[in-house]
Design a protein around this ligand. Structure first.
Ligand SMILES: [Zn+2]
Ligand SMILES: [Zn+2]
Length: 167
């Protein structure tokens, strides 16, 4: 079994040793061209997440130009960096949205009696003891006083249960 490199080398040697000098410079030019395209394709395929090995072999076998043209037609228009940037932008947007949702959720949560800051997880005001929220008689989760249905278990809240006292 003779490797591709050996064939290429003996091919070059054959031309270098047996053909007129300007012919051998044409071959040398082709080899350089293939090498330049090869280096470029290896860089570009790894930037775009394409199969570098397949394209490298194809470039050598196809003598550079034709594989290069085919590569231009089929390559991913976005580099891995572009994909990363896209994903990053989406992540940042999602983070911003949840941040604002958190801010909206946390702001204006002050005790209506004493004005002390409270959180959405508090049932009673930590300063004055005012009952800020009730609990669902079905699942025991905190409920806003104006809610008609428990968002945790779907329990319909009757008016008499709104006091928050569990049996
Ligand atoms: Zn209070
Ligand atoms: Zn419930």
């Amino acid at each position: 079994m003779v490797g591709g490199d050996t064939i290429a080398t003996s091919f070059v040697q054959f031309w270098q040793n047996n053909v007129v000098p300007n012919m051998s410079s044409i071959v040398l030019g082709t080899v350089v061209l293939v090498l330049v395209i090869l280096v470029w394709i290896i860089k570009d395929t790894s930037r775009r997440g394409a199969n570098t090995l397949v394209w490298a072999v194809f470039t050598v076998v196809g003598l550079g130009l034709v594989p290069l043209i085919i590569y231009f037609l089929v390559r991913d228009p976005l580099t891995i960096d572009d994909h990363m940037t896209d994903k990053l932008n989406t992540d940042v947007l999602r983070l911003e949205r949840s941040y604002y949702a958190f801010i909206m959720d946390e702001r204006d949560k002050k005790c209506p009696v004493c004005g002390h800051e409270t959180k959405s997880t508090y049932r009673y005001c930590p300063a004055c003891g005012m009952e800020l929220r009730t609990v669902c008689p079905e699942c025991g989760e905190l409920l806003e006083t104006n809610w008609k249905t428990c968002p945790h278990c779907g329990h319909r809240i009757e008016q008499r249960e709104m006091k928050g006292d569990l049996a």
